[in-house]
Design a protein around this ligand. Structure first.
Ligand SMILES: Cc1ncc(COP(=O)(O)O)c(C=O)c1O
Length: 397
């Protein structure tokens, strides 16, 4: 790819746009005070006990150097025990866990370990942007599994033999961002059997393992593949423990897959700062009422936002999990989801994420991230109502 006098790799042409970057620019050019509901970045504080560990570590020069794999053992043990406690699956911290700088790193690097150029990855559409980006980095091809209301689960039956012959990996992620769909264990069993039959690796990106409401517990992929025969699951401290800025997550899975991911990761980086690993280990192994309380807060926000939107005539289903609402654009609105979000942020300061930023099948929807308290969400809904009625007149409806 040639840009001006410089030559760049062809793969860069696939990485031109990014939903968060596009909305960042739209927010920066809005003249209004921004209510930012476009990014799933929690506004809640990280657990105090974890932060105390980090403070202690900062004062200890022994934590300041590079960290290699063996030094991450205490974190890996805490992560393995967390998975064992939550899902009843035994995990070997030495061979089945890899620390990551956020789960996004795992989704972006795993294709480099699995795909040769031209191989296919089966990805959910809509889906999380790093799932696509990682496949492009690896020179792979993407087969889109279109997700549709009401259940937002993919259908494996329509994939052509040509694609299946060259397919090496399937990426799932439930509870699902952005659609908020959830996957029953039966579906995971079907997906594992499909991957076993066709020789695929199953990557399950699982950031919302804890963010579920009304007694619902999302299953782990290992509840469907307890032998870890084909699966690797990605966890993060960004959502349950509000530590997104610290960039800490981990992969758990089949030892061969963990080893392959480690080989790729070790080229790109050392391991995260010891203080962050100590804080994260504390969060994972300390009291979990902190998590329970923040899930209740997200539930309150969900209910407040669904109600406030209904009050302006926008009917959005209340999800069983995640920190999002996935809202169909009003019928009278004739523009794209990006037009809607750009227009909305310029006229009201309310920033949402356009569905198209998560893939073609996201067009016609926008995503609300519930990252503000209920009163702010209500204020945003009122502003949207005013915009909506304004735009209805403009659209002539
Ligand atoms: C599906 C999905 N994967 C990965 C991430 C990124 O998580 P992390 O902060 O662990 O990189 C997110 C964040 O919103 C997400 O929704």
């Amino acid at each position: 790819m040639r840009l001006g006098s410089m030559n760049f790799a062809q793969r860069l042409s696939y990485l031109q746009s990014n939903v968060f970057g596009d909305m960042d620019l739209a927010k920066a050019t809005s003249q209004r005070g921004i209510i930012d509901l476009s990014l799933g970045s929690s506004d809640l504080p990280a657990p105090p006990l974890a932060m105390a560990k980090l403070h202690q570590a900062l004062d200890d020069p022994a934590t300041h150097g590079y960290l290699l794999f063996e030094g991450t053992a205490p974190f890996r043990t805490a992560a393995a025990q967390w998975v064992e406690r939550k899902f009843g699956i035994s995990v070997d911290p030495q061979t089945e866990v890899l620390p990551l700088s956020g789960s996004q790193e795992g989704t972006a690097l795993m294709p480099l370990a699995l795909l040769d150029p031209g191989d296919y990855a089966l990805l959910l559409d809509p889906g999380y942007p790093s799932h696509w980006g990682g496949v492009h980095l690896a020179g792979g091809q993407i087969h889109r599994l279109k997700l549709q209301a009401p259940d937002f689960l993919p259908d494996f039956s329509g994939i052509s033999p040509n694609v299946l012959d060259k397919a090496k990996m399937l990426v799932l992620s439930y509870p699902h961002n952005p659609t908020t769909g959830i996957a029953p264990l039966e579906f995971f069993k079907e997906a594992v059997a499909f991957c076993q039959k066709h020789g695929l690796t199953l990557i399950h990106d699982f950031p919302y393992a804890d963010i579920a409401f009304g007694g619902y517990t999302p299953p782990s992929i290992f509840n469907a593949d307890p032998e870890k025969s084909v699966s690797l699951e990605l966890f993060t401290l960004s959502k349950s423990y509000h530590m997104g800025g610290f960039r800490i997550g981990y992969a758990v899975g089949n030892p061969g897959l963990i080893k392959a991911l480690r080989q790729v990761r070790d080229v790109t980086n050392f391991y995260p700062y010891r203080g962050i690993l100590q804080a994260a280990a504390q969060a994972l192994s300390g009291p979990q009422d902190y998590v329970t309380e923040s899930v209740l807060l997200f539930q309150e926000r969900r209910d407040a936002c669904v109600q406030a939107l209904a009050d302006i005539g926008w009917y959005v289903p209340a999800p069983k999990a995640t920190m999002y609402l996935w809202a169909k654009l009003p019928q009278h609105y004739s523009g794209s989801s990006m037009d809607f979000c750009r227009d909305l942020v310029h006229k009201t300061g309310v920033a949402l994420a356009p569905g198209s930023g998560f893939g073609m099948s996201g067009e016609g929807y926008v995503r609300f991230a519930l990252v503000h308290p209920p009163d702010v969400l209500r204020k945003a809904a009122v502003a949207i109502g005013e915009f909506w009625h304004g735009s209805r007149q403009q659209v002539g409806g």
